[in-house]
Design a protein. Structure first.
Length: 434
């Protein structure tokens, strides 16, 4: 369990450079950066490390209080929640724009919160421009801190200041044994609704507009003695020409989330049946070597039956993942979901003993005659599991060139069936005896 020095929220009016600064402070590209105002919508939690010490950084969407749109109102609520959770608030302003009405309104919210606040006068890309920061004394939070998130100037000094102002301890910590779970799927299949139902609070913004989620959002969750790190992601679009601008960078984050995940929940809108975009999402999970569980969402309004959908899933999905039916609206099936994830994760990290694996190889020879070429026939000599997460097996044979594609898939599927590895990305290497 890694301890944090405290929690820091970063807030500001849209397009003042918060996401660029977040990426600079965390030394990542975790936040989507784009010229469009309002690119960041949800609040997300990131671990920031400086000089061997860690704190939790909560990134938020741009707060435009007077914008009447429902999504903007939800962004403001997310920012208020982040402020409430924080020990220290970084209030980012655009030094070149000066104090705006939006800055003054947000400053009033921060004064009412009674939180410790540092005003960051951003976009000062030249030391000669540092006098631009002086105007922001008027907001009432002490000396403004001049910096450039884009170029990184003064960000090291800022990190030193942050650690000075934090309490040095936190109730929050990052469990080292957390099961990393990515929620994948095409746009508008209900990923954020399911995420909110699992977390038990409105952590991500839910909208009928496809593509509402642009970043990946991480949250820790405890269930039945296990810790889960849930990651909500942007929708995966099947056609590359649909991936432009913000959507392109959002999808990169989703792909990265899949790469980091132990288990991928692939949501399929059961009311629409299986479409090509769903297969794309499953392939992303498979290629990232995550274990996969199919979640048939919106089951409360679905017209299809399990009997109709099971053969289609088994025919089209190579890893033969298990599936569960849920409704985020009614809550049906959601209570069982994390239990299924834990079971799948345990299989994902499982290790099969060498004697048991070699008994299995002996049975394979009896079940199906190995392929041959001319007078030479493939002989499975012995095997061992060499890795977990995902399980990787090395089978020593007389001649790897005799292994056909069909026979290799058959061995892989027999492994899944025998050892309960449905949905797990099994890797089999056929090696020659040395």
């Amino acid at each position: 369990m890694s301890a944090f020095e405290g929690t820091v929220a970063i807030v500001g009016f849209p397009n003042v450079g918060k996401s660029t600064l977040v990426n600079r402070l965390t030394a990542t590209r975790a936040a989507v950066v784009h010229d469009t105002a309002g690119t960041t919508r949800d609040r997300k939690e990131l671990v920031c490390e400086w000089n061997g010490r860690q704190f939790l950084l909560i990134d938020t969407g741009g707060v435009d209080i007077v914008d009447p749109s429902p999504v903007t109102r939800q962004i403001a609520l997310q920012a208020r929640a982040a402020i409430a959770d924080a020990d220290l608030v970084l209030f980012v302003v655009d030094a070149r724009a000066g104090i705006t009405p939006g800055d003054e309104e947000l400053a009033q919210i921060l004064r009412e919160s009674k939180k410790d606040v540092i005003v960051l006068a951003n976009k000062i890309d030249d030391p000669s421009q540092e006098t631009l920061a002086l105007e922001f004394h008027r907001l009432g939070f002490g000396d403004p801190f001049p910096l450039s998130g884009l170029h990184g100037s003064n960000t090291g000094d800022l990190l030193d200041l942050i650690l000075e102002r934090l309490p040095g301890h936190s109730d929050r910590a990052e469990p080292e044994d957390a099961i990393r779970v990515a929620i994948l799927g095409r746009p508008n299949v209900g990923k954020s609704s399911l995420y909110n139902r699992l977390v038990g609070e409105e952590r991500t913004i839910v909208s009928e507009i496809p593509g509402t989620t642009r970043d990946t959002i991480d949250t820790m969750l405890e269930h039945d003695g296990r810790t889960f790190q849930l990651v909500d992601t942007a929708g995966l679009r099947r056609k590359r020409k649909q991936r432009q601008g913000i959507e392109y960078y959002s999808e990169l984050r989703a792909l990265d989330a899949a790469e980091r995940a132990d288990v991928a929940l692939v949501l399929i809108d059961a009311s629409q049946g299986i479409v090509e975009g769903d297969i794309t999402a499953v392939e992303v999970a498979r290629k990232s070597h995550s274990a996969t569980l199919i979640v048939l969402s919106k089951w409360d309004i679905s017209q299809v039956t399990i009997e109709e959908i099971r053969p289609e899933l088994q025919r089209r999905l190579r890893q033969r993942p298990d599936f569960i039916t849920v409704s985020a609206v009614s809550g049906r099936g959601v209570s069982r979901l994390l239990g299924k994830v834990a079971e799948l994760y345990d299989r994902y990290i499982s290790r099969i003993s060498t004697p048991e694996l070699n008994r299995f190889l002996g049975e394979l020879k009896e079940m199906r005659q190995p392929p041959s070429r001319g007078a030479r026939r493939l002989n499975l000599l012995y095997g061992a599991q060499v890795e977990t997460r995902p399980p990787r097996f090395r089978f020593t044979v007389n001649d790897p060139g005799l292994v056909t594609r069909d026979y290799g898939y058959w061995v892989e599927n027999q492994l899944r069936e025998r050892f309960g590895l449905e949905g797990v990305p099994v890797v089999v290497d056929f090696r020659a005896r040395t």
